[in-house]
Ligand binder design. Structure first.
Ligand SMILES: Cc1cc2nc3c(=O)[nH]c(=O)nc-3n(C[C@H](O)[C@H](O)[C@H](O)COP(=O)(O)OP(=O)(O)OC[C@H]3O[C@@H](n4cnc5c(N)ncnc54)[C@H](O)[C@@H]3O)c2cc1C
Length: 376
């Protein structure tokens, strides 16, 4: 058993850490304050091959693999969480198109995604179907050589900046079939709705999408008829390693800010880092984040080896996101009142990390996935 990253993975870690700390971190507070989509960060990620890390060079990707991807995403999210989620969904969409798409679909979209010509969006959630992903109401009716999609999606990350959205829709009511479609912007009947005002990840573009008689060619179906839910769940399995990595990155940034603060801040005539209460908060947070990192590496390494990893990805996600939330709470506590104001980054880290226990399957849904595999 080897707990060390390979030479190439260390190079990715070093390169992305430098980029993220020098270019993304200094602007992260402003991106948050202005709720501004960090387009320039996405362009930089594209230049460095970080938006197509999970498919081959022949399609514009960098095929760095799940472990390197997890490391890169962790570093980006630690510097600017809004950029991290844009990167995560774009990589996830590209991987799904590579895995399930036709040659024509791969050639059409993968170079655009990795080249930063637009982000990728993954449109599953609807007003009436969140955790119950199978309960979609969006319907795609077959009509000659086309499908006509009607319905709406909510909370879609990158929706307003996407060059393609993977849209899940019911294509047959009985027996029920859900299929996936690749829908580019500008398709008649497809429109982007309001941008959500969120607690955190404020730079990330989270929108609703409407499909009103949206006609797409049959060739836009991703995978076979009825494979939509399978494709969505497969994408989410990999995505969950990404969310675990994102949470670890955000929480590490919070703990590292708390460590620096504790060494500097003096009360009762000494640095607060000399109080055991502060030391224990930092020690507990660091230990939990290391455990989370090992779970994320295990899931990524199983994925890299091509063996089943769904249960391990859920374990990594539920543990890393909950431990990450606890760590961010502790970081705010270490800073006292200063942890609660915008001048210090831990306030933003706490707001940014909250959603990691919610999206791509809530903590409760992860526990369902894990317990199902135990009780099978
Ligand atoms: C910032 C942000 C970005 C997002 N990005 C995307 C995106 O890009 N694409 C996309 O498709 N979706 C996206 N989502 C949606 C997200 O995945 C859903 O919000 C999430 O899956 C939960 O669905 P819901 O909000 O409808 O909550 P609900 O499903 O209504 O859940 C409410 C509560 O009930 C619990 N619950 C539900 N069912 C069960 C059960 N069987 N057992 C126990 N507890 C249960 C949940 O865990 C939760 O605590 C995003 C959401 C946010 C906030």
């Amino acid at each position: 058993m080897d707990f060390l990253l390979s030479e190439e993975q260390l190079q990715v870690e070093d390169m992305v850490r430098n980029l993220a700390r020098k270019e993304f971190a200094p602007k992260a507070a402003l991106v948050d304050e202005e709720s501004r989509y960090p387009a320039e960060n996405m362009s930089r990620l594209a230049e460095l091959g970080l938006l197509g890390m999970l498919y081959p060079v022949g399609y514009g990707g960098s095929e760095a693999g799940p472990i390197a991807y997890s490391v890169a995403l962790r570093e980006v999210a630690g510097a600017c969480a809004s950029t991290g989620v844009g990167m995560a969904v774009t990589n996830m969409v590209g991987e799904a198109i590579f895995r399930f798409g036709t040659e024509e679909q791969r050639r059409a979209y993968l170079p655009l995604l990795s080249g930063g010509k637009g982000a990728g969006a993954f449109a599953l959630t609807e007003p009436g179907a969140g955790s119950d992903a199978g309960g979609l109401a969006t319907f795609a009716r077959e009509d000659g050589d086309t499908f006509v999609i009607d319905g709406s999606k909510v909370f879609i990350t990158n929706g307003g900046n996407a060059c393609v959205s993977i849209v899940m829709a019911v294509t047959q009511k009985s027996p029920r079939r859900i299929s996936a479609f690749l829908v580019p912007p500008g398709t008649p009947g497809y429109s982007v709705g309001k941008r959500e005002h969120k607690m955190g990840l404020k730079g990330s573009d989270t929108v609703s999408l409407s499909f009103d008689g949206c006609r797409v060619p049959k060739s836009s179906m991703l995978g076979k008829p009825g494979e939509g839910l399978k494709i969505a769940l497969a994408a989410l399995d990999g995505g969950r390693i990404g969310i675990a990595s994102q949470a670890i990155g955000i929480a590490r940034a919070a703990v590292s800010a708390a460590v620096e603060y504790a060494k500097d801040r003096r009360q009762f005539g000494r640095p607060i880092s000399e109080f055991q209460a502060i030391q224990w908060m930092l020690a507990d947070a660091a230990t939990e984040l290391d455990a989370a990192q090992l779970l994320a590496y295990r899931a990524a390494s199983l994925k890299e080896k091509g063996v089943p990893f769904a249960k391990e990805a859920s374990m990594a996600k539920v543990f890393a996101t909950e431990a990450g939330n606890r760590a961010c709470h502790k970081a705010v506590q270490v800073l006292g009142g200063y942890g609660y104001i915008r001048e210090y980054p831990v306030e933003r880290h706490l707001r940014d990390i909250k959603v990691t226990t919610i999206y791509e399957g809530t903590s409760e849904v992860q526990r369902l996935v894990i317990s199902r595999s135990l009780l099978r």
